[in-house]
Design a binder for this molecule. Structure first.
Ligand code: CTP
Length: 406
């Protein structure tokens, strides 16, 4: 289950940090790619050299490396990871995480992470039993973090106590079991596939309080992300500003502008087998963003705009043969001809044409009427349906298209 998984192993200042060496070895042996991030105190307990040798990667301890001047970007690390495991998690770090403090790289990575987080606490019994620690643990679990219970397990040895770090073998077994349970819950035709979905509008800043946006609700993209997940895919959802809840089990990356969306999508696309770009990306953005609120003066006011990068076309140009790329088109005139034009120009496998002609269909509503057109100009028009049903139709098309390739 851990094969190919990208794991951030966070290590805190605790005597149990010595067990992190065995843990790193076990994770690497299980096929995981391990990036160790240590708190400044952790390096007093175990040397980064030991861990970088075992993980085959430089160990990160600070926002920037003084020697090389390299900046360790916590947001990118948080997005890179499929799983964050903090073992040992000290009482101090748990308290910081429970309260959103980020005075070191590990805490900042935790706050930026978009993946499941596992915490394996280690401390002496009194610290563990203290109401403050217990309330922090409770809070962290409420936030969705998973607790790997301290060692009272079958492998307990030496200092057996309630706050003792679970043995590395127990931690590994816990991770394997949780991941296997999650995977078996949703066995489907897209099992093992990675999917990227973009959704929602983008906001292009004019000044600190104003932006250019559009009425996209994000509902269509969120429904597609949810449907792909239910069919077994590992889904990353790059979302512009919406008020929608994250679909269960989906990794959501929030962005604001077209530029942010391009960056997040480019990163995730490299690994995606299936990409569906349903976001309503701004085609133009203000040439300059005022750093102060613009005051009203004249009767007329003009904003100079420049073109944004077409994300879909950028990904289309990079597309490999095993990757499936789906775009959307919202047209008012010459619907079919325009959609086919976009399909070719952006190198898509198929395009979903959104009809603007039916009442209740489109951007902000709950329903859509679509036509799907593929590279052979085959087209299927569906009746007006809820966005959830439309998402299922699109996913059926994706499954068929992948089937033809095998
Ligand atoms: N798209 C994108 N990046 C942009 C603009 C659009 O990725 N900067 C994607 C949308 O997510 C959608 C598709 O391109 O999947 C079509 O968007 P649309 O706005 O309908 O078409 P454009 O190609 O921008 O052409 P026009 O606005 O002239 O119709």
């Amino acid at each position: 289950m851990l094969k190919g998984k990208k794991i951030i192993l966070g290590i805190c200042g605790s005597i149990a940090a010595y067990k992190a060496a065995a843990l790193t070895r076990l994770l690497v042996k299980a096929g995981a790619e391990v990036q160790v991030v240590m708190t400044p105190d952790a390096v007093e307990f175990i040397t980064p050299l030991t861990l970088s040798t075992l993980s085959n990667k430089p160990v990160l301890t600070a926002y920037f490396e003084k020697k090389t001047g390299t900046w360790n970007h916590h947001v990118q690390l948080g997005l890179w990871a499929d799983l964050v495991l903090i073992a040992p998690a000290s009482a101090n770090t748990l308290a910081k995480l429970a309260n959103g403090l980020c005075d070191n790289l590990l805490c900042a990575v935790y706050l930026s992470a978009k993946c499941p987080v596992y915490l394996a606490p280690a401390m002496d019994l009194d610290m563990w039993a203290h109401p403050s620690t217990q309330s922090n643990i409770k809070k962290l679990q409420e936030y969705g973090n998973r607790l790997i219970p301290p060692g009272t397990g079958e492998l307990a040895s030496g200092l057996v106590g309630e706050g003792r770090l679970a043995e590395p073998e127990e931690i590994l077994r816990f991770l394997e079991k949780t991941l296997a349970d999650a995977a078996s819950e949703r066995k489907g035709p897209l099992n093992g596939k990675k999917a990227l979905v973009s959704a929602g509008p983008t906001h292009e800043a004019i000044d600190p309080v104003r932006f250019i946006g559009n009425h996209s609700s994000g509902k269509m993209g969120y429904a597609i992300a949810e449907a792909l997940h239910q069919l077994g895919a590992d889904v990353t959802l790059v979302s512009g500003p919406t008020s929608l809840p994250t679909p269960n089990g989906v990794k959501r990356i929030d962005v604001v502008s077209a530029k942010d969306m391009l960056e997040a999508c480019s990163l995730a696309f490299a690994e995606a087998d299936i990409t569906v770009m349903s976001a309503a990306v701004a085609d133009y953005t203000p040439e300059t963003v005022a750093d102060r609120k613009i005051k009203k003066k004249d009767t007329h006011f003009t904003i100079a705009l420049k073109k944004t990068t077409d994300i879909l076309a950028t990904l289309g140009a990079r597309k490999q043969t095993h990757q499936l790329l789906v775009g959307f088109a919202l047209e008012t005139d010459n619907e079919l001809a325009n959609a086919v034009g976009k399909l070719k120009k952006k190198n898509l496998d198929f395009i979903v044409l959104n009809s603007m002609q039916d009442k209740g269909a489109g951007f902000a509503g709950d329903r859509n009427k679509i036509t799907i057109i593929d590279r052979n100009h085959q087209q299927v028009t569906f009746p007006l349906k809820t966005k959830k049903e439309v998402a299922t139709d699109i996913c059926d098309f994706i499954i068929k298209a992948l089937g033809f390739r095998q």
